[in-house]
Design a protein around this ligand. Sequence first.
Ligand code: NAD
Ligand code: UDP
Length: 323
Amino acid sequence: MPIKRVLVTGGAGFLGSHLCERLVGEGHDVICLDNFFTSQKSNVLHLLNYNNFELIRHDVTHPIWLEVDEIYNLACPAAPGHYQYNPIKTMKTSVMGAINTLGMAKRCNAKILQASTSEVYGDPTVHPQPESYRGNVNPIGPRACYDEGKRAAETLFADYHRKHKLNIRVARIFNTYGPRMHPFDGRVVSNFILQALRNQDITIFGDGGQTRSFCYRDDLVEGFIRLMNADDSVYQPVNIGNPNEFTIKQLAEKVIELTASSSKLIYAPLPEDDPLQRQPDITRAREILDWSPTIELEQGLERTIAYFRSIDLGDFRPPSPNH
Ligand code: NAD
Ligand code: UDP
């Protein structure tokens, strides 16, 4: 495989750091760009000794001139608590980040992949969600900064493809979890595991009947790589996620079982616009990328629980208040 110069924006984050690891392992020249809003340097510390890895502290809302062959654009807070902290900045990150990375791709004639999301489907009325579904998004709700930001980024990608023949890829990622998730991200998997390990009450929002389909991070990274390496005709969005669907209550019970915790379930109000069901239709990924997830929820949870047991929470800071 030829060695490529690859930029990963948001490369110090949960998914980005694993992607960097994989690309460095394949021998590529990897530039990790991050402003460390929802991550920290420790996620990529183990890569700093490699000659083919470089770390840049930079905010994607500002232009940057680099020479690269491929770009994975992951920079964006992803957990609801993180992206709602400064919603205007979240929208800027999606839109300006897309404009700046697309501009770089155009100048360098680089291939570019956007980390999009199942949130482009909003609170879906079609189930499971195929890529052809146009979504049910509230444009002015608390999740809109993220959902509409990602939708606008997809629009920019599509227009750069149409107007400038840019070689684009769009991955619509469904809930992904695993080791190196931020312990204070407030996402359901990290919350439940931390609560269970401390034998604290497990906070179920709503009645716990809402569903999510959880993908283990290694499967996701494999999907990313396959999408980037796919035939150049693959410019349409591709769902990447695990189609096995669980209710949030089932997830809580599974976490309690796997941690042998004495935690009890407690119920809190469902946040506004919280999607009631979510399950990817991955027919396109199966057909085009020959990709499907391989890690079952229980196996992935065991690895994630082991990770959360191993970390010292004192080593982590909540996202900076300066963004
Ligand atoms: P994460 O928060 O761990 O990673 C995002 C990274 O982007 C962090 O390192 C953060 O510091 C960085 N970042 C944020 N704003 C930035 C800016 N303005 N400039 C530079 N860097 C910035 O989240 P993640 O789960 O690793 O998500 C990575 C990408 O995948 C995101 O774009 C997210 O929207 C997308 N995604 C993730 C999931 C999931 O379930 N994990 C689902 C759908 C989409
Ligand atoms: N959730 C929950 N308890 C928590 C955190 C989240 O019940 O402590 C629910 C949340 O309301 C949503 C689901 O779990 O229905 C997934 O939430 P998360 O924030 O992980 O991701 P989302 O898919 O909503 O972006």
